[in-house]
Design a protein around this ligand. Structure first.
Ligand code: ADP
Length: 531
């Protein structure tokens, strides 16, 4: 076969070599458990990643073997992000917020051979082992005690061992869905899917990363590879500021100010906390003007976008899933609407947006593709080079359509600009008297009420209507609000039967390991609610 262009495989060594060769002195900052900061560079991180790759090869790790991490966001985790795939192996980022039983299940399901773990997570590691997980070797970053030291493992790496030649279809990494709606399922990313995702996610209309940025990934590196940001940053040569285990708003804001952060990423609950601190202490943190904040994982309430604009921070709303690497859609205001009124602009920015290049997206119901009328809803289907084609073990093949789309389980409408608006997850929809109620729409509206900090709406069994909505509401500090006020507030926005019959005021809403509202737990709590 002849070709007019060179046949260069899309493999991760390409990004590693680029960062090492062209951005050697760009800083990687890590916050340590004692809150101190350590600084390294791409040159050193990649050199150490290559050592790690050689050491893994010498330790008998072969192409396709799984090597797990149980770590916070910091430079050594970045080394693993490169070193494990450069060894031809598959990086499996274990989610440290899951129950030890679940971590053990996931590690065994993936067949993880070696584990790299933070010293501060050894108590968790002990529980994971007690829950039945077995690793051939465990390498500890930091004080290793009677365990094997990660540093010693690196030092013992053979100086000259050749790294394997990678193929673009080789497996690079694996993540498990966080199990918000069911048992975690494994998704495997290839070198090719990761490289294409990295390229497209960096684009100006996607996450917009450049060499001029200082990036703060608050999203954990165990949550869909921190949305691909570590690879994107290395490709463009952006400085990275890793927050370690200190994710409270004051610690993050302090880091944003001192490290001149220009772009940060995390789930809405992180930003809600930050907004509250900024509101309480306006002007206290000297942030770079126009910090961009990528928000995804659950819906960004419109009010949050408005509030951050007030503080001079720009929220960028994106949607994705573990199965989609994760970038699927991003909400960027079309140029033609720059001059539109605020209500239109904010409503658009609060939508999940349009698909990024190479991602094909449709919204379907029983009548086929829904019209772009912003009224008819259906399930989001998605297809593309970084969308998973199956789960590890071939679970739930019915999630894929006959024509090769992935059924996301998310319900959406689509408007005349082609912007999708997620209204709910199929699993969270409330069925009342034969009609559907979208819980997320109610939540987002409630979070627009000035007294409300957070709100989650669930369906609770009802003798007459089968289910009725109940809203669990967390009020902002010092706010008083009665259910009747919220009821009136919603009644002007939704059909009457959508308005929750019960409002319960709570201190906190239970969270999943990724910081989303844990509706399964809420449903359990209010299962026997007396109407
Ligand atoms: P889990 O399904 O366990 O929560 P993921 O982290 O893969 O695991 O979450 C993907 C889901 O998160 C999506 O299917 C969607 O329901 C939700 N999600 C992600 N981004 C957004 C967003 N911007 N708005 C609303 N929901 C979102």
């Amino acid at each position: 076969m002849s070709s007019t262009m060179m046949d260069v495989p899309l493999t991760l060594d390409w990004i590693a070599d680029r960062a090492e060769r062209w951005f050697p002195d760009v800083e990687i900052v890590s916050r340590r458990p004692d809150k101190s900061l350590t600084r390294t560079t791409y040159a050193r991180v990649i050199a150490r990643a290559k050592r790690l790759a050689r050491a893994l090869g010498a330790a008998g790790i072969k192409r396709g073997d799984r090597v797990a991490t149980l770590m916070w966001n910091h430079a050594e985790h970045l080394e693993a992000y490169f070193g494990i795939p450069l060894a031809g192996a598959v990086i499996h980022t274990l989610n440290l917020r899951l129950h030890p039983d679940e971590i053990a299940y996931i590690a065994m399901d993936a067949g993880d051979r070696i584990l790299i773990v933070d010293d501060v997570l050894l108590p968790l590691y002990d529980k994971v082992v007690a829950s039945g997980a077995k690793f051939e070797r465990v390498l500890v970053v930091g004080s290793h005690g009677e365990h094997e030291s990660y540093e010693a493992f690196l030092e013992a790496a053979p100086a000259t061992r050749a790294l394997p030649r990678l193929a673009e279809t080789d497996e690079l990494g694996t993540c498990y869905t966080s199990g918000t709606t069911g048992r975690p399922k494994g998704v495997v990313y290839s070198h090719r899917s990761t490289l294409l995702h990295t390229l497209v996610a960096a684009m100006p209309d996607s996450l917009s990363l450049s060499h001029a940025d200082s990036l703060l990934p608050v999203v954990p590196m165990f949550h869909v590879n921190a949305w691909g940001l570590p690879y994107i940053a290395a490709m463009v040569g952006a400085k990275v500021v890793f927050p370690g285990c200190h994710l409270d708003p004051p610690s993050l804001l302090e880091l944003m100010a001192t490290e001149r952060v220009t772009i940060a990423a995390g789930v809405p609950t992180i930003w809600i906390g930050i907004r509250d601190v900024l509101d309480a202490k306006p002007g206290h943190y000297k942030l770079v003007p126009n910090v961009r904040m990528i928000v995804g994982g659950s819906a960004a309430p419109e009010q949050l976008i408005r509030d951050f604009d007030r503080h001079g921070l720009t929220l960028i709303h994106a949607w994705g899933m573990t199965e989609t690497s994760p970038i699927g859609t991003v909400s960027r205001l079309p140029a033609a609407l720059e001059g539109a009124d605020d209500a239109t602009k904010y409503a658009l920015r609060a939508r999940q947006g349009r698909p990024v290049p190479f991602v094909e997206l449709r919204v379907r119901n029983e009548n086929g593709d829904v019209p772009a009328d912003d009224t008819t809803s259906g399930e989001v289907h998605i297809r593309g080079p970084w969308i998973s084609a199956s789960y590890v073990g071939g679970h739930t093949p019915e999630r894929w359509t006959d024509d090769g789309f992935f059924r996301t389980g998310d319900v959406a409408r689509i408007d005349k600009h082609g912007f999708i608006k997620l209204t709910d997850r199929i699993a969270d929809l409330i069925k009342s008297g034969g009609e559907w109620i979208a819980s997320q729409e109610l939540e987002n509206a409630l979070m627009g009420h000035p007294a409300v900090r957070e709100a989650a709406v669930i369906g609770v069994p009802h003798p007459k209507w089968s289910e009725r909505p109940l809203a669990a509401v967390v009020l902002k500090d010092g706010q008083l609000c009665v259910a009747d006020e919220l009821r009136t507030f919603l009644a002007s926005r939704f059909p009457k039967f959508w308005v929750p019959d019960a409002f319960v005021f709570v201190e906190t809403i239970p969270r999943t390991s990724a910081g989303k509202f844990k509706k399964t737990e809420l449903r359990d709590t209010y299962r026997d609610w007396k109407w």
